[in-house]
Design a protein around this ligand. Structure first.
Ligand code: TPP
Ligand code: MG
Length: 595
């Protein structure tokens, strides 16, 4: 293109995406986005995938972002298209996923602007105001000469610091106007320039850190999703290994350290592995990296969390560090990878072997397998997870929905080196797994096998994705745990509502369809396993090994329960079903009674 050449603004937008390495753009059509869709159709290098629902597009964009380490992109029309994106946008905001959402808007001359009316144009909706609290940046682009500036700015903000979603709302007349790319104003990068050096917060210092570490005898590392987002997984693995440090993760940090390694103790939290919870409770220093330490991790009894130790926290978001309710925290602001440069030279070397031996003892006494044997009546859901561990490939991807199915997986799946895991933490929308798997499949060019674990309720919410998975023959094995109920909620109702159910079981108004027929309607090969001996013989292995997508349903019965599970206000080591006071005391190093 020569200097001064003009082009259609919608073509310019798509060229921008292509130039920034976007190879797949998810979305759904509608009048106000047709110009961009037409440009996408004609573009080289960017594939447009229509997703049957904008929520699917938004979450698939998150999947691309996570698995390709880039900015995922989704588009939608004005009004209902834009509002259907909201769940994915909010999810990306809470879980820090760099993503760009482009919505069409009514023509600038139809827009109500400041008039005190509800709406002027058809399907006009002020999406920018709606998404303000759940985006890092959102703008209505009313002038095509600002397109370059806004696109560059949005892109930079999505990726900078703690990543997250951005949204550009682009009126139809702006999309169809002509622009001269060479005349467009560039973005100067001021707002996104961030320092790469780390900062000790609130009186903490390198000397204090050093002395804390030097005096610690019971160190443990807690890894969160920030380790993935900062691209420092390999470095943390090397650091942990070379210092022989026990390691636990958050739900989103699963797999940051290989879970089949002897140093890995498991996931902590309200559905954490008992061994991991007890280990953290007894640590005298917890190095918490890239994790929000929310109450699903710490329990609601904050004063009891690591009560005889210090938490050294590394986070890229200063507001997370300065607004936290835990008292025993020392904070380092900065990128997890940068912080590691300082950490490696600290005196981590093990003071005694007794802490390692203690953690190893916890791991064998309170492993998830032991927990199931002791506390779980209906073991089939856990057996499914064990089978997945066995049948998973070396480069397996897991995407996981919300509910009991998520926690069965989190407690039982072992993410090994080369494998990856993605679920939703902060927003936790049912219907997450299938769209995330779709994003993962496109992000990896259909080269990696994917297990998409989902419950019957989550499948209800993402049903359109079945056709999409079949249509593109994505390498996704959908692992459906059908307990004919909203199991996570029925377990809650059992505990706190005297077993009364409402809207969560067949008797209380919640039904599941015949999934075999739905699979057939979508052209998806299907199998049902309803007995506990489902992994006897080759049927399951064959189904998993077959190329292309499958819907594999496990009828796990209605009575399903996740254990262990923390009750409100309990310290995390006292996760239920509770150990006897004697057993808990003998499992602990620190005083049980002092909380
Ligand atoms: C969109 C959405 N609505 C409601 C909830 C609340 N919720 C969390 S888990 C759950 C039940 C999930 O049922 P299902 O998908 O069948 O999984 P199960 O717990 O039975 O494994 C519900 C309703 C949610 N997380 N997301
Ligand atoms: Mg269910």
């Amino acid at each position: 293109m020569g200097l001064g050449d003009r082009m259609k603004a919608s073509d310019y937008i798509v060229e921008f995406l292509a130039a920034h390495g976007v190879s797949t753009c998810f979305g759904y059509s509608g009048g106000a986005i047709t110009h961009i869709m037409d440009s996408l159709q004609r573009a080289k290098g960017v594939r447009f995938v229509q997703t049957y629902h904008e929520q699917t597009a938004a979450i698939a964009a998150e999947g691309v972002s996570w698995f390709a380490h880039t900015v995922g992109v989704a588009i939608a029309t004005s009004g209902p298209g834009a509002t259907n994106l909201l769940t994915g946008i909010a999810d990306a905001y809470f879980d820090s996923i760099p993503s760009l959402f482009i919505t069409g808007q009514v023509n600038t001359y139809e827009y109500k602007n400041d008039k005190p009316i509800r709406q002027q144009g058809f399907q006009e909706t002020d999406i920018v105001s709606i998404v303000k609290p759940i985006t890092k940046y959102a703008a209505l682009v009313v002038d095509a000469t600002r397109l370059r500036y806004e696109l560059e700015k949005a892109w930079a903000i999505a990726k900078s610091g703690r990543g997250g979603p951005v949204l550009l709302d682009i009126p139809m007349d702006v999309q169809r106007t002509d622009v001269t790319p060479d005349d467009l104003v560039p973005y100067d990068g001021n707002e996104t320039a961030c320092s790469t050096s780390i900062k000790y917060v609130g009186g903490f210092s390198e000397e204090k850190l050093k002395s804390l570490i030097a005096n610690a005898e019971r160190p443990i590392v807690l890894l969160g999703s920030g380790v993935f987002l900062s691209g420092s997984v390999a470095q943390y693995r090397a650091f942990i290994k070379s210092n022989g440090l026990p390691v636990v993760t958050s739900l989103l940090g699963k797999g940051a350290y290989p879970e089949d390694d002897s140093l890995s103790v498991g996931m902590i939290g309200s559905y954490g592995n008992r061994c991991a919870n007890i280990a953290v409770a007894n640590a005298d220093i917890v190095l918490a990296v890239g994790t929000r330490l929310d109450t699903r991790q710490t329990g609601t009894n904050l004063a009891s969390f690591v009560r005889e130790g210090r938490i050294v926290r590394i986070d890229i978001d200063e507001t997370e560090l300065t607004n936290h309710r835990l008292k025993n925290v020392d904070s380092i602001l900065g990128d997890a990878g940068e912080a590691l440069h300082r950490l490696v030279d600290m005196p981590w070397a093990r003071k005694s072997d007794s802490w390692s031996r203690y953690v190893a003892r916890l791991k064998s006494g309170y492993a998830q397998e032991a927990e199931i044997a002791r506390n779980v009546e209906n073991r089939m859901p856990y057996s499914v997870m064990k089978a997945l561990n066995r049948f998973s490939a070396g480069n397996q991807i897991y995407t996981v929905d919300i509910g009991q199915n998520q926690m069965f997986a989190a407690q039982m799946i072992r993410i090994r080196e080369g494998q990856e895991w993605k679920t939703s933490g902060g927003l936790a929308p049912m219907g997450f797994s299938l769209p995330a798997a779709i994003g993962a499949a496109f992000a990896t060019n259909m080269t990696r096998p994917i297990f998409a674990i989902v419950g019957d309720g989550g499948l209800h919410m993402s049903m359109q994705s079945l056709l999409l998975i079949s249509q593109y023959r994505l390498p996704i094995k959908i692992i459906l745990l059908n307990n004919h109920s909203l199991g996570m909620i029925t377990q809650f109702q059992d505990l706190y509502f005297d077993k009364r159910k409402s809207g969560t079981t067949k008797e209380s108004g919640y039904l599941v369809p015949e999934f075999s027929l739905i699979a057939r309607a979508c052209g998806l090969p299907y199998a049902l396993f309803s007995d506990d001996d489902f992994d006897v013989g080759d049927a399951l292995g064959d189904m998993i090994a077959a190329p292309g997508p499958r819907l594999i349903e496990f009828d796990v019965g209605e009575d399903t329960a996740v254990y262990p599970k923390l009750e409100v206000n309990m310290p995390i080591e006292d996760i239920g079903p509770k150990l006897s006071p004697e057993e808990l005391r003998s499992a602990m190093i620190i005083d049980v009674l002092k909380q």
